[in-house]
Design a binder for this molecule. Structure first.
Ligand SMILES: NC(=O)C1=CN([C@@H]2O[C@H](COP(=O)(O)OP(=O)(O)OC[C@H]3O[C@@H](n4cnc5c(N)ncnc54)[C@H](OP(=O)(O)O)[C@@H]3O)[C@@H](O)[C@H]2O)C=CC1
Ligand SMILES: O=C1O[C@H](COP(=O)(O)O)[C@@H](O)[C@H](O)[C@H]1O
Length: 492
């Protein structure tokens, strides 16, 4: 079956935070692309909400500038934009202002279209917005609500948000987004594990030595300094993206691809994560913060020095921009197999991958020839693909000279179809009403429970972020963490 873009039913997509950074960089370009591929009916609308005094026309003009800046290859097509523009509207509303909601509700008629409310705002506003749209009479069976990550700041706040939103929307109408679940290679992990019989017998403690999950970014925090100081990499990247990757790599085979079958398996992994206690936190975690350095031959400033609060000296900045964790899953399949997680900003280059390292052969028949353990590498970005390293004999006479060589599958070379980016896919799944690629309430809360223990252990043990040079692979502690186990990170 060839890839095709199937149109979605007519909709009103209401983006709270339609003037924010996420809307600018991700949501609007994603929607433009889906419109370009003909997936939207003529009467579908995109309504942005913010506190700014902006007419529909001014908003459309602003969106044009945003797209000109953020579309890859700057490929704005005038004909497509004119169709896209006709869908756009802007509503001025401070969601804290109760009186404003009446005027808001008057902008919607009872048109039978799908209504999707996308909450691209701070999570502290999620409960208010859910109440606002419900009190305005806009929530019926066809309505759905999308919650951007992070859902909360810790377990307690996540529960409060889930309770507040859950009081006005059924769980099946709530789409908690983690855009990593929309990435092609992340879904390919499911295809690889459960579409091939080859891997299942070796997928566990008998054959796997360790698993390494890296999400490295070369980007810095820059103008998101305030957000990062309040959040840090553990909450920003590990609680959601990294734990989701870990779940997909570690879960048992689901009964089907039905959303609850997959989520039931993921939650079991989260509940099996061994809590990280104050006694061991120094040994099994590393916290880092980037100092000035060089990336791609260009000098980049330290965390906290390049933000709009430039007067705040970097040494006052506290948040971690890097985390490494040795995670353990207390279940039969993974007993004794460490999952090393690592994420950071301003690292040597953008590179996200999952590496499954298999055990070495039990006995070598090749004398002194060094043998490397097999490795399966799933490259998430930038170049998506799968690589399996195997030992081979170097051709030619002179006995067995053993070499590790990769069997390499590059998705861009294997498939000609340009696949939609994660936000494009996830927005379409919302409009289609398919929650499979979104997080269920219990997953988010179980993730926070594990993260809260680490945060508490860091606090009790006063674990401070150790400096690492921008353009490196993180602080010394991250290397010591693996060295202690006689292993090393697979840098790319
Ligand atoms: N930026 C990113 O790359 C990512 C962001 N996220 C998450 O998405 C959410 C939004 O992030 P981001 O876009 O960066 O944030 P911004 O601060 O850039 O945008 C916030 C948006 O919310 C609107 N807003 C704020 N307060 C109110 C209010 N009281 N009433 C109505 N509208 C309001 C703002 O509009 P105005 O001020 O004009 O009223 C603006 O449109 C956050 O939870 C963030 O963690 C998640 C993944 C990536
Ligand atoms: O959610 C987030 O993700 C981005 C990284 O996303 P990617 O698709 O570019 O890998 C990260 O930069 C940001 O801090 C975080 O909030």
């Amino acid at each position: 079956m060839a890839a095709e873009f199937v149109p979605v039913d007519p909709f009103d997509l209401v983006i709270f935070g339609g003037t924010g950074d996420l809307a600018r960089r991700k949501l609007l370009p994603a929607l433009y692309h889906r419109d370009q591929d003909g997936q939207f009916s003529d009467d579908s609308r995109i309504v942005a909400v913010s506190r700014q005094d902006m007419s529909d026309e001014q908003y459309a003009q602003w969106v044009r500038e945003v797209l000109e800046e953020h579309l890859p290859d700057k490929e704005l097509d005038n004909e497509v934009f004119s169709r896209f523009q006709s869908r756009l509207a802007h509503i001025q509303l401070d969601v804290d202002d109760e009186a404003g909601w009446k005027a808001f509700s008057e902008r919607f008629d009872d048109n039978g279209r799908i209504r999707a409310f996308y909450l691209a705002t701070a999570p502290s506003l999620f409960g208010k917005i859910a109440n606002g749209v419900a009190d305005a009479g806009l929530v019926d069976d066809r309505a759905r609500i999308v919650l951007e990550k992070p859902v909360g700041h810790d377990y307690e706040s996540a529960r409060e948000i889930n309770d507040a939103v859950g009081a006005r929307f059924a769980e099946s109408q709530i789409y908690r987004i983690d855009h990593y679940l929309g990435k092609e290679t992340v879904q390919n992990l499911i295809a690889l594990r459960f579409g091939n019989s080859l891997f299942e017998p070796v997928w566990g403690r008998q054959a796997v030595d360790n698993v390494q999950i890296t999400v490295a970014e070369s980007l810095g925090v820059d103008e998101r300094f305030d957000f990062y100081e309040a959040t840090g990499a553990l909450r920003d990247m590990v609680q959601n993206h990294m734990l989701q990757l870990l779940c997909l790599a570690a879960m048992e085979p689901p009964a089907s691809m039905n959303h609850d079958d997959v989520r039931n398996e993921k939650i079991k992994v989260l509940r099996s994560l061994k809590p990280i206690t104050p006694q061991e936190v120094h040994k099994v975690t590393a916290r880092g913060q980037y100092a000035a350095g060089m990336i791609d031959g260009k000098a980049v400033p330290a965390y906290g020095a390049a933000n709009k609060k430039e007067q705040a000296p970097a040494e006052d900045a506290e948040a971690e921009t890097f985390v490494a964790i040795k995670a353990e899953i207390d279940n039969w399949r993974w007993q004794g197999v460490p999952f090393y997680l690592r994420t950071g900003k301003r690292m040597a280059r953008k590179s996200s991958q999952i590496v499954v390292e298999f055990k070495p052969v039990p006995h070598s028949i090749f004398g002194e020839e060094p043998l490397q353990p097999n490795r399966l590498v799933l490259r998430l970005q930038p170049e998506e693909g799968v690589e399996m390293s195997i030992m081979t004999k170097e051709p030619g006479p002179g006995g067995f000279r053993m070499r590790s060589l990769p069997l390499n599958l590059s998705f861009s070379q294997a498939f000609e179809v340009a696949y939609p980016d994660a936000y494009e896919r996830l927005l379409m799944e919302v409009l289609r009403g398919n929650p499979a690629l979104f997080m269920r309430r219990d997953e988010v809360e179980a993730g926070w429970q594990w993260i809260d223990r680490i945060l508490e252990s860091w606090r009790l043990e006063q674990v401070e972020a150790q400096e690492y040079m921008a353009g490196s692979w993180g602080p010394t502690d991250a290397f010591v963490l693996l060295d202690r186990d006689g292993r090393r990170w697979h840098d790319n």
